[in-house]
Design a protein around this ligand. Structure first.
Ligand code: PGA
Length: 222
């Protein structure tokens, strides 16, 4: 099974989201799990899409329900049919100063609500992040290798590097951990990454529904 995830980040308004949904043409592939992570306010627009793709949140509160102004908790995400959630994306770490511990707390909140975490990680903090997670937590998540230098830049690491870091992730998280690659993936190079990774986390190239459909199709045929 290959995983292909669209991360819209903080892009698109209501009409653009509606257009994307209408123009995203993908047949059901038995060998690909497609997951879409829209901005939170638009989650409900995707609630009935489970035949075509699963729904992910881009983030979650590190706290349960309660007095945490501005936070959206895992139980609330669950109500919208969310099955997966990104955690520890480098943009969260960089612009929102999230710590490894906060990310570990988010993972536990997700697991308490039966949502599968997709932990984003770069080489330099694999060990530090992994140290804060139990084996049970590690066995219940997907991990995405996302080199900072490749996110939104068009600069891609060579396959050998991706292979080496994925091996390092599996050493820390478990040999059977589903490990994705993310960072400037396009339809032109996605097949290469799928040789060494179990799937793709796609940012910029997911914003165009037709482009993203072709990446999913490429994964199905890889
Ligand atoms: P990008 O983003 O594909 O635009 O580089 C990937 C990500 O940040 O998940």
């Amino acid at each position: 099974m290959k995983y292909v995830i669209a991360n819209f980040k903080s892009n698109k308004n209501l009409s653009e989201i509606r257009n994307w949904r209408q123009s995203f043409e993908v047949q059901e592939y038995s060998n690909v799990t497609t997951i879409v992570a829209p901005p939170l306010p638009y989650l409900s627009l995707f609630k009935d899409e489970s035949r075509r793709f699963l729904l992910a949140a881009q983030d979650v509160s590190p706290f349960p329900m309660g007095s945490y102004t501005g936070a959206v908790n895992a139980a609330q995400l669950k109500d919208f049919g969310v099955t997966h959630a990104l955690v520890g994306h480098s943009e969260r770490r960089r612009y929102f100063h999230e710590s490894h511990q906060e990310i570990a707390n988010k993972i536990q909140q997700l697991l308490d609500n039966e949502i599968i975490p997709i932990l984003c990680i770069d080489e330099e903090y694999i060990a530090a992040q992994s140290k804060l997670l139990s084996d049970t937590q590690k066995n219940s998540m997907l991990v995405a290798y996302e080199p900072l230098s490749a996110i939104g830049t068009g600069v891609r690491p060579d396959l050998g590097t991706v292979q080496r870091i994925i091996a390092q992730i599996k050493k820390h998280f478990g040999e059977d951990t589903i490990t994705l690659y993310g960072g400037s993936v396009t339809e032109q190079d996605c097949r290469e990454f799928l040789i060494v990774a179990d799937g793709l986390l796609v940012g910029g190239a997911s914003l165009d529904a037709a482009h993203f459909s072709r990446i999913v199709a490429a994964a199905a045929n890889s």
